[in-house]
Design a binder for this molecule. Structure first.
Ligand code: MN
Ligand code: MN
Length: 312
């Protein structure tokens, strides 16, 4: 019973997937990190409470992926690295710098990050820490492209991280695919930057016409064999599956589509991933956190496969 995963799933202090809580990333292959920050939200707040709710729900997850047979805890060393909590959470640019400093330590330890937001602005400082050797690719599942420009006087918010990431040379837009895009717009060209920079934008209409298997194939084509990041905004899911989020948009992915899509990304050279925008105050049943935990487990499995492949 020294292994917390062997104890009854409802017992003990909640950590991500009941893995050991570690302060130091050294020797950890995949570090699961909470980022309780929602200072970049433009609409409904509450994603700062996401990590605690998702941690709780991941305690329900068992050891093996029934669909793929992957046992991530057998393949690699997984630990809960705690929260990237902030000393100055109300100072936006500084808060992103603090998040960057936390992930720079994770990067220095050679650990692959699997993060739970927080709003989507947190992905920018993660990319700053992990795309230092040159621009990387990305599979981005979301209702929104998040490539907007300054909003109400701020360069940094959850609708702009991937525009900033391209400007900072962290993402190669030609190796970025955005899946699940939909909803109403502030102006007709709201996601112009995605198109102009050469990102592959898969609107929900194309996704439903062609399906998750095609989308996975397209993602593999766009991302190629180089290093890539996987970012999953829970608002990419239909609000039926994820009502507890800041910017819900009707007509999104179902859970089975999301699960099967991620499973097909197992061969990519993934160097990190995240699940963001779970807002527990809008999630009274806990369904959004539960589905986020399930998505997190699917990402954990493909990250473990990528690490195993890199180790040879
Ligand atoms: Mn987003
Ligand atoms: Mn979104």
């Amino acid at each position: 019973m020294a292994d917390p995963q062997l104890r009854p799933r409802y017992s003990g202090v909640a950590t991500f997937f009941r893995t050991p809580l570690r302060d130091d990333a050294k020797g950890v292959d995949i570090g699961v990190v909470g980022i309780p920050f929602d200072g970049g939200v433009t609409n409904r707040t509450g994603a700062r409470h996401g990590p605690r709710a998702v941690r709780e729900q991941t305690t329900l997850v068992r050891r093996y992926n029934q669909a793929t047979g992957v046992g991530p805890f057998d393949l690699v060393k997984v630990a809960d690295l705690g929260d990237a909590w902030l000393e100055q959470p109300y100072e936006l640019a500084g808060a992103l710098d603090e998040i960057h400093a936390f992930f720079a330590n994770v990067h220095a330890a050679g650990t692959v990050p699997l993060s739970v937001g927080g709003d989507h602005s947190v992905t920018l400082p993660i990319l700053r820490a992990f795309a230092r050797e040159g621009p990387i690719g990305m599979v981005h599942i979301d209702a929104h492209c998040d490539t907007g420009d300054d909003y109400l006087g701020s360069r940094f918010h959850h609708g702009a991280p991937f525009r900033r990431a391209v400007e900072e040379g962290l993402l190669d837009p030609k190796r970025v695919i955005q899946i699940g895009i939909r909803g109403s717009l502030n102006h007709p060209d709201m996601w112009k930057f995605s198109h102009d920079s050469g990102m592959r934008v898969v609107y929900m209409e194309e996704f439903t016409d062609k399906g998750w298997r095609w989308a996975a194939e397209e993602a593999r084509k766009v991302v190629g064999t180089g290093p890539a990041y996987l970012s999953f905004d829970v608002d990419g899911l239909d609000p039926v599956f994820a009502p507890g989020t800041g910017t819900p948009e009707s007509g999104g992915l179902s859970m089975i589509e999301a699960q099967r899509l991620i499973r097909e990304l197992g061969g990519l050279d993934l160097i990190g991933g995240d699940v963001v925008e779970v807002s527990p105050p809008f999630d009274p049943s806990g369904l959004t956190a539960q589905n986020a935990a399930s998505v997190l487990f699917e990402i954990l499995c493909v990250l473990a496969l990528a690490i195993q492949k890199r180790k040879g």
